[in-house]
Ligand binder design. Structure first.
Ligand code: AMP
Length: 381
């Protein structure tokens, strides 16, 4: 949380005291320091999900309160935290996440903003180049040129673009180790066939970012097209009084993720794979055992149990008709579990989309429930 006095922007306005939470990375790093996680010597993978608050001019996809899903990979250098492989690993994971959600047409934009040692060299070159031309740029850029010149590169005002394109590039001010780090990130992505676009103007809003910076954008979002963003922040822990702990993280804009899914007419998973309906209270314990078995079944194409079957459990006191009605709203199948089924091991399964009712042996049930599912956990909207 940050509190400050926000100056009135119009004569009719008064100064306001604002308390906002614009991002979580610094908070996570503070928690890393406070809880002495560095002393474990391990690489930590920490996450957060929750609302953020920024002073924004609201528009489609840009809100004053929005939600982020973020993660940070941080640890002492010998834990591998500084390795370019961490950067590539995170980017590969994010690409796979978007793919598994059925999001197509995303672009991964990649840049290196250099190390703390590279920064002053570049900023000096940028300031020198800006000085004679800054008056020709938009009002925001004129302010940024003084407060945070890197952000000039981020400007989207069409009239400013030709001039900004002539400014020095960060890539030309990277020292040998930053250049090697970035090349290694790109080489690992190439080997894994993760597509990316180099964007020499991609910078992060905050000063503490170093080396790799990235953004996944999507055309379906309109002007606010960043679906998620992140970067490396080697040196942040030290600047907060902590031990040396290089790190890299990202934040997915949850609101924009939903907007993208809507634009692609995809919905997040809403239906379970099956609703298990015990017939009679006596079947309740066996129904729980079956639910546990199915929830743990590792399916072909799923690499963790999290991607496995999603099961809802009814109750033996429900009449079959009531179970059918509930199951029809919640799940793609209903599995009836009466005394006969339990004894024979042959279960009655109804598929709600085809209306077909079939007898399936318990051993073949998990595979049957998976059949027809487009991707793990995803229902086409
Ligand atoms: P940032 O730290 O600014 O790169 O934010 C990470 C992600 O959060 C962005 O890529 C957006 O998806 C999302 N985001 C940032 N600001 C907003 C906002 N004002 N409203 C909605 N989503 C946002």
């Amino acid at each position: 949380m940050y509190t400050w006095e926000d100056r009135a922007r119009a004569q009719s306005e008064k100064n306001q005291s604002l308390t906002l939470r614009p991002e979580n990375t610094a908070g996570v790093v503070r928690a890393y320091i406070e809880h002495q996680l560095g002393e474990t010597g391990q690489l930590h993978k920490l996450f957060y999900i929750g609302p953020q608050f920024r002073r924004e001019r609201p528009q489609k996809g840009r809100y004053r309160q929005f939600f982020q899903i973020g993660a940070e990979v941080i640890g002492p250098p010998h834990s591998g935290s500084e390795s370019p492989l961490r950067d590539a690993e995170i980017l590969e994971m994010l690409a796979s996440l978007l793919d598994s959600l059925g999001i197509t047409g995303w672009t991964l934009r990649l840049n290196s903003v250099g190390s703390a040692a590279d920064r002053p060299v570049y900023l000096a070159r940028l300031r020198d180049a800006l000085a004679p031309v800054v008056g020709q740029l938009c009002a925001d850029c004129q302010r940024r040129a003084v407060t945070n010149p890197l952000r000039v590169l981020d400007c989207k005002v069409p009239g400013d673009q030709p001039l900004i394109e002539t400014l020095p590039r960060i890539a030309d001010s990277l020292d040998e180790s930053s250049r090697a780090h970035f090349n290694a990130v790109c080489a690992a992505l190439d080997a894994a066939a993760v597509p990316y676009t180099l964007d020499h103007r991609l910078v992060r809003g905050l000063d503490y970012y170093t080396r790799t910076t990235f953004e996944f954008t999507h055309g379906g979002l309109g002007a606010q097209n960043a679906l998620l963003g992140g970067g490396r922040y080697d040196g942040l822990s030290e600047s907060l009084g902590g031990p040396r702990a290089p790190g890299i993280g990202f934040a997915i804009g949850q609101d924009r993720l939903i907007l993208t899914l809507e634009a692609q007419q995809k919905s997040l998973p809403t239906r379970a794979d099956a609703f298990i309906a015990p017939i009679g209270d006596a079947q309740n314990p066996a129904a729980l055992a079956l639910a546990r078995e199915l929830r743990r079944a590792l399916l072909p194409g799923a690499d963790t149990v999290d991607n496995g079957l999603r099961i809802e459990l009814g109750d033996g006191s429900f009449r079959v008709r009531k179970s059918m009605e509930i199951a029809d709203k919640l799940a793609r199948h209903i599995v009836l579990l009466g005394e006969d089924e339990l004894q024979s091991g042959i279960l009655t399964v109804k598929n709600f989309s085809t209306g077909q009712q079939t007898k399936i042996s318990r051993d073949a049930l998990a595979a049957h429930l998976l059949a027809g599912r487009a991707r793990p956990n995803i229902k086409e909207g």
